[in-house]
Design a protein around this ligand. Structure first.
Ligand SMILES: Nc1ncnc2c1ncn2[C@@H]1O[C@H](COP(=O)(O)OP(=O)(O)O)[C@@H](O)[C@H]1O
Ligand SMILES: [Mg+2]
Length: 230
């Protein structure tokens, strides 16, 4: 089965929410899906995994991999990895990321790798998320908002993927407003027209959802799960 990189047009677009939901849904179908968040930043949680994203992905996929494998690089500051590394005077070692990635790909039927921020988020001074995707040699799915401004962000992301020769499977449109509410239901056809990419799913806003299981059901109903299964 194929592994995928789940990228976003920005931070907060729903990458973790949707990746966790897809992982939970695949696990229900007895698919051994691994998850990875190669680089995470943010305030460290006091219990469990340092990164909230990692905790959610781990629980949704029900994997036994340890924190260092799922998330080899964690910087405890809510900034880009490059900024965090400068401020905290920490060096980011990408070789460990690729080593753990190769291990995960070997030990699961497929792996879903969540990005950080957008595709041009710097990890080091001259190494961006796009460079990481390229090196992992993964086909990418782009999660995008539906709100005003998304066409520009989406086109920029896709053009960059073309420049890097990163294959993009399609878009997942998340009807989630960056202010935390439901977004307007704009027509997704323009995003398809301007990018030429298939729309793999249109995910509605789910008010007050607490559990990834709830989101898994929503994603199953609103997404073509054959993308992952076939
Ligand atoms: N469809 C949705 N309905 C309701 N809340 C959502 C939806 N998508 C994302 N969210 C919420 O938005 C916030 C940001 O989503 P997240 O998945 O963490 O984004 P990213 O991983 O791209 O930074 C989270 O609090 C998440 O629960
Ligand atoms: Mg996330």
């Amino acid at each position: 089965m194929k592994s995928y990189f789940i990228a976003g047009t920005d931070t907060g677009v729903g990458k973790t929410t949707i990746t966790a939901a897809i992982a939970a849904s695949l696990r229900k179908r007895n698919i051994d899906v691994g998850v990875m968040k190669p680089v995470a930043t943010g305030l460290a949680q006091k219990t469990g995994f340092k990164s909230q994203d990692v905790a959610l992905l781990h629980d949704a996929a029900q994997v036994n991999d340890d924190e260092k494998t799922i998330n080899p690089v964690f910087l405890p500051l809510p900034t880009s990895p490059y900024d965090a590394s400068k401020i905290l005077n920490m060096k980011i070692d990408m070789s460990i990321v690729f080593e753990r990635y190769r291990y995960l790909v070997k030990s699961h039927q497929m792996v879903l790798v969540e990005g950080i921020g957008g595709i041009m988020t710097p990890i080091t001074r001259d190494f961006f998320v796009a460079d990481m995707i390229k090196q992992m040699n993964l086909e990418t799915i782009v999660v995008t908002r539906s709100t005003l401004g998304t066409i520009n962000h989406t086109v920029l992301t896709i053009e960059l993927c073309k420049k890097y020769q990163i294959p993009v499977k399609g878009l997942i449109i998340n009807y989630f407003d960056e202010k935390g509410g439901p977004a307007e239901r704009n027509s997704p056809s323009t995003l398809h027209e301007v990018t030429g990419l298939p729309i793999l799913g249109i995910i509605p806003f789910v008010k007050d959802y607490q559990k990834f299981e709830v989101m898994a059901n929503v994603v199953e109903k609103n997404m073509d799960m054959n993308v992952f299964i076939s």
